[in-house]
Design a protein around this ligand. Structure first.
Ligand code: G
Ligand code: G
Ligand code: MN
Ligand code: NA
Length: 249
């Protein structure tokens, strides 16, 4: 209850921040994109998004929070200066995606930040496949019409079937980190199959949760296109991201 009340005031009290985690190419481990991850500092302690996002989804605050995240991420990305154009990848709750007016919110974030839409990726969890299919297809097509790219997050953990994947034109599949962390227990078969399917559908693959050089070598060998995880960098403040870039690229 206290958490809920706190969450209601979090934007006004400026308690949210975004941190940014690099995604690198498997080819040369150079910066390719950056995932925006939300952090909440509440009453002197950090509450994780795995706690407050589900709460926000339940009480409807996710809409307001999602708008804040999208604007902040687009503004930050429009201003950072890397040698190459680097995309920002924003997690969008399926509830927010399916709500009326999401495309207007997206257009406003793009317009007010001036960010090139090709530099915005939206991460949508595969639970989207449990929703009204026609509506999802309309939203996805509207997003794609703006040249914004779409990643399917947490792939392999939930709802997607191959036919559902085929019916929508996504750009990237994010292989869930549980598969990377269970490589020894046989999940490499699943990763290999995912890479083949992605190629068939014209999607790129991203592996999350790369924590060791062994993980990195293994996923490169399996043909995954992009890598993300603590081995490369933790989620970083904007300032630390620039430092990381200058030291690693
Ligand atoms: O950053 P961390 O690993 O603690 O994130 C935990 C979970 O919260 C992940 O599933 C991540 O996708 C989700 N998450 C982090 N930031 C956001 C956000 O801005 N919006 C939404 N909808 N989910 C987020
Ligand atoms: O579900 P999603 O992929 O959006 O979750 C992103 C979350 O994963 C972030 O909260 C981030 O802190 C976390 N994360 C990023 N890299 C690693 C990693 O290498 N290992 C683990 N265990 N978590 C990671
Ligand atoms: Mn994500
Ligand atoms: Na994930």
């Amino acid at each position: 209850q206290a958490l809920h009340e706190g969450l209601r005031q979090a934007i006004a009290k400026r308690e949210f921040t975004l941190v940014y985690q690099p995604l690198v190419t498997s080819e040369d481990e150079k910066l390719w994109a950056v995932e925006a991850l939300l952090r909440w500092q509440f009453g002197g302690r950090a509450i994780g998004p795995d706690v407050f996002i589900p709460l926000a989804e339940k009480c409807g605050l996710i809409h307001e929070i999602g708008i804040w995240v999208l604007h902040r991420a687009c503004i930050d990305a429009a201003q950072w200066q890397f040698d190459e154009p680097v995309a920002v990848s924003v997690n969008v709750s399926v509830i927010q995606l399916m709500a009326d007016g999401f495309i207007k919110i997206l257009d406003r974030a793009l317009a007010s930040s001036g960010l090139n839409p090709e530099r915005l990726h939206l991460e949508i969890t595969e639970s989207v496949f449990a929703k009204n299919k026609e509506k999802v297809i309309r939203e996805v097509n509207a997003i794609k019409a703006r040249k914004v790219q779409i990643s399917i997050d947490d792939f392999g953990t939930g709802f997607s079937s191959l036919s559902q994947l085929q019916s929508l034109n996504f750009d990237h599949i994010k292989i869930d980190r549980t598969f990377v962390q269970n490589l020894e227990e046989g999940s490499d078969t699943i990763i290999r199959a995912t890479v083949l399917i992605a190629r068939e559908f014209g999607c790129k693959t991203i592996a999350e949760g790369i924590e060791t050089p062994e993980h990195a070598a293994h996923l490169k060998a399996m043909g995954v296109d992009y890598l993300q995880g603590y081995y490369y960098a933790k989620p970083l403040s904007l300032t630390d991201l620039l430092h990381w870039y200058n030291n690693n690229n």
